[in-house]
Write a protein that binds this ligand. Structure first.
Ligand code: SAM
Length: 762
């Protein structure tokens, strides 16, 4: 079944069930032929309609994309497949071991999630008098079908996607239905379509004669180069690549120089399409190596370095740049790229980042940062009962950077083609909590630079698909898009869309995570396993994810992040099992699981009362003593529901929100002593040990089972301000310094931290 969108989970579920039942009832029936002229006309009208309506048809609010049953891509070469015609297709059938050879006969329809076109096959052209064929109705023009291509890289444009000047081989075609229950050929895996020239050995000989322009033109390598340069100048990159490739096929040893030019120019066209693996290959193939060719080689090395930089292989990028700059040391572009490369190498080796500069440059429009990754304090190893995990290779202090990683790919709601949609899968009937566009972005990136495939398919996902195999067949790397779907589901992280306000607001970066305005794949950090009492906290800055230690971590210890933290162990475990397929057994979960249901019920009731209290008393300055006493009593009652023994060393967070309310109330009532005591109490509730906050000491030590929360850090802020108002400058400064330490642990960077005005502490 095709990929479709619905406006609610219920609608998605209903649509999927309905389509599954229909598909089952139709499965295996012979396909009904479609008259090509009629279909092409109807489709043309639809393309025009879609173009006009595109604005209105943008989905409003959140939508759910339904995804049919997964199936693996074809892993046979087209030479091993048996050719069939459209007339031999059967409904709701994967035609394993078969292939269609078709030609596009319509414009492309760029719908939100896919690209469609009408294709015809050889029957239409009345070739092969002796072949099995659909009996043509007199006056009709032949058979045709709609092809629907999911996850196509739309940057390739009309030239690159389903080109019309050649033929298309659809490997192991899947004939199914669209939302209107009309038959379509659905291609979920882009590698299941291969474009071949009409002169290809598999193309029917008659197709040469049938070619639109009559006889095909035979061009020399130089003529292809000229045609390629023209296309490149017109920014028709896919067409340029095609011309240069044809030129390379036509180049004889007599025109060696042209051959180098073709590689160099194709490198540039590939670079414009962000196909960095191909750019690198072409650029290095273009290196001539003679003295007279210095200028041309300089260009080739620059392109190789640029591609390598974007493939994040900074050591290699530096090598290419040094070779480039050896004969041309004054080249400005080369020198600039070398400077950037050296900075990346420094970040990669030390974890020393210029965060003020990084955060200054990011905005709603500039969300992707130019930085290297830092992994040097960790290693990937097996983790008993949890697959693999990340382990510390050195002792790490609280606050230190543990991992810093730029996303393999990230999407933000301010991106041009962002659609706020999750996917709902037919296989396990669950929602993947990451947007459809993240799945698509990951697939596009893998198609553009397939060298990244091995690290992505090594990640955990439910649908095994092709596993960790990285196959290249018929010139294309095979990406199992369903496998990537599940990998995105298990490894995607919510992020945020950076903005100026975010950079300047208290907890601007950290606080935005919950809004899920962006998401991404950080493939190394993905190996962090979950704990509800984590040792690291994460915070996004653009598409960079910073992980800092929130407690001391000894060399050899496994690191844990918190994927999500819902109140109540049952809620948490239900979510963990549904989204990630595990149930946490951290110290906190064990303590909560062991509690009786009566205790939990009693506490839940009290927490509800506390929430209602906080909602009713959000205006702090009006709190009189009686109201404060009520809050204190309620905190006491909630705390009494915890069994000290069971909860030793783990957080008791049920009264945290109300305690935070008390901190603020004391501050407004100018009761600095109680304000500070309340802050200390919050840290105790979060299982911090050696909590001492008084005139002489500001000591807060995290424990093995402790958590850190925004409220606790903000509580320090109120205490600090209370002390300022009370004239206790020394203590307020100590509190402020501690607050800043903890603030950076959670927020990743110091941005937005409210320093005490200097004149108040002078
Ligand atoms: C993002 S991956 C983490 C890396 C993973 N362990 C691996 O080997 O690829 C998430 C998966 O790790 C496993 N996992 C994470 N935390 C766990 C925990 N506390 N207990 C058991 N399994 C866990 C689950 O299989 C989950 O789907």
């Amino acid at each position: 079944m095709a990929l479709e969108m619905s406006h609610s989970l219920e609608a998605a579920r209903k649509r999927l069930t309905d389509m599954q039942q229909y598909a089952e009832s139709e499965s295996g029936k012979p396909r009904t032929a479609k008259d090509s002229d009629t279909l092409i006309k109807q489709f043309g009208d639809e393309v025009e309609h879609w173009k006009k309506e595109r604005k209105q048809s943008q989905p409003e609010g959140s939508v759910i994309t339904t995804v049919g049953m997964p199936y693996t891509p074809c892993i046979k070469s087209m030479y091993e497949l048996e050719k069939i015609t459209l007339s031999e297709l059967h409904t709701e059938t994967h035609h394993r071991g078969k292939m269609l050879i078709v030609q596009r006969k319509s414009k492309l329809l760029f719908a939100r999630a896919m690209v469609c076109a009408v294709v015809v096959d050889e029957v239409h052209c009345s070739w092969f008098p002796d072949s099995k064929r659909f009996p043509l109705t007199p006056g009709k023009t032949g058979d045709a079908e709609v092809l629907q291509l999911v996850h196509a890289d739309t940057a390739l444009g009309e030239d690159g996607l389903l080109p019309t000047d050649g033929l298309l081989v659809i490997k192991e075609p899947y004939f199914t239905f669209n939302n209107e229950k009309t038959g379509i050929i659905l291609v979920d895996h882009p590698s299941d379509i291969v474009s071949i020239p009409i002169s290809h050995i598999l193309a029917p000989a008659e197709s040469l004669l049938q070619h639109d322009g009559g006889l095909i033109e035979i061009k020399s390598a130089t003529e292809w180069k000229t045609a390629g340069n023209k296309a490149l100048g017109a920014k028709r990159y896919a067409k340029a690549i095609n011309c240069y490739s044809q030129g390379l096929a036509a180049a004889t040893p007599a025109v060696l120089d042209v051959r180098f030019d073709l590689y160099r120019n194709r490198a540039q066209a590939n670079l414009c399409l962000e196909r960095f693996d191909a750019t690198l290959f072409d650029a290095l193939s273009a290196v001539i190596g003679s003295e007279e060719a210095t200028a041309r080689d300089s260009k080739a090395y620059f392109r190789a370095a640029f591609a390598t930089y974007h493939l994040r292989a900074f050591v290699d990028a530096k090598k290419h740049l040094e070779r480039m700059l050896e004969p041309t040391p004054d080249d400005i572009d080369g020198a600039r790229l070398l400077e950037r490369t050296n900075l990346r190498l420094h970040e990669q080796a030390t974890g020393d980042y210029d965060f003020p500069a990084i955060t200054r440059n990011i905005s709603t429009t500039n969300k992707r940062v130019d930085v290297a990754d830092f992994f040097n304090k960790t290693e990937l190893k097996p983790s008993a009962g949890r697959g693999r995990g990340l382990f510390a290779t050195v002792d790490i202090k609280p606050g230190e950077i543990v991992v810093c990683e730029k996303a393999f790919c990230a999407v933000f709601d301010t991106d041009e083609h962002f659609i706020r949609t999750a996917t709902y899968g037919a296989r396990n009937q669950t929602i993947t909590p990451y947007p459809y566009v993240l799945w698509k972005a990951a697939i596009t990136k893998l198609h553009r630079s397939p060298s990244a495939l091995s690290k992505i398919v090594a990640l955990t996902g439910e649908w095994p698909g092709l596993g960790e195999a990285c196959l290249k067949i018929d010139g294309t790397t095979i990406v199992d898009t369903f496998e990537i779907h599940d990998i995105v589901g298990r490894n995607g992280y919510a992020s945020c869309t950076p903005s100026k306000q975010q950079a300047d607001t208290i907890f601007g970066y950290c606080g935005y995570i919950n809004e899920t305005s962006g998401s991404g794949i950080w493939s190394y950090a993905s190996y962090l396993n979950h704990s509800c009492v984590p040792s690291v906290e994460r915070c996004p800055v653009g598409d960079l994810m910073i992980y800092r230690a929130v407690k001391p971590i000894a060399k050899g210890e496994e690191l844990f992040a918190c994927y999500d933290f819902l109140d109540g162990v049952e809620n948490r475990h239900e979510e963990q099992e549904r989204v990630w397929g595990f149930i946490c057994d951290c110290m906190l979960c064990v303590a909560e699981v062991l509690e009786s249901s009566e205790t939990k019920a009693k506490r839940t009731k009290l927490v509800e009362a506390a929430k209602a209290f906080v909602d009713d008393h959000s205006l702090m300055p009006n709190s009189d003593q009686a109201t404060v006493t009520r809050a204190e009593m309620l905190v006491k009652r909630i705390k009494s529901t915890y069994n000290d023994k069971k909860y030793e060393g783990v957080p008791r967070t049920a009264a945290l929100e109300l305690q935070y309310w008390l901190t603020r109330a004391y501050h407004h009532r100018k009761d600095s002593k109680r304000c500070l005591a309340s802050t200390a109490e919050m840290f105790r509730m979060l299982a911090w040990k050696s909590v001492k906050l008084d005139a002489h000491n500001v000591i807060l030590e995290p424990g093995k089972g402790s958590r850190l929360s925004v409220e606790a850090v903000m509580s320090l802020n109120w205490s600090r301000n209370s002390m300022v108002l009370d004239g206790k400058a020394g203590l307020s400064l100590k509190l402020s310094n501690k607050q800043k330490e903890l603030y950076i642990m959670l927020n990743g960077v110091a941005n937005g931290f409210p320093e005490i005005p200097v004149h108040l502490v002078a």
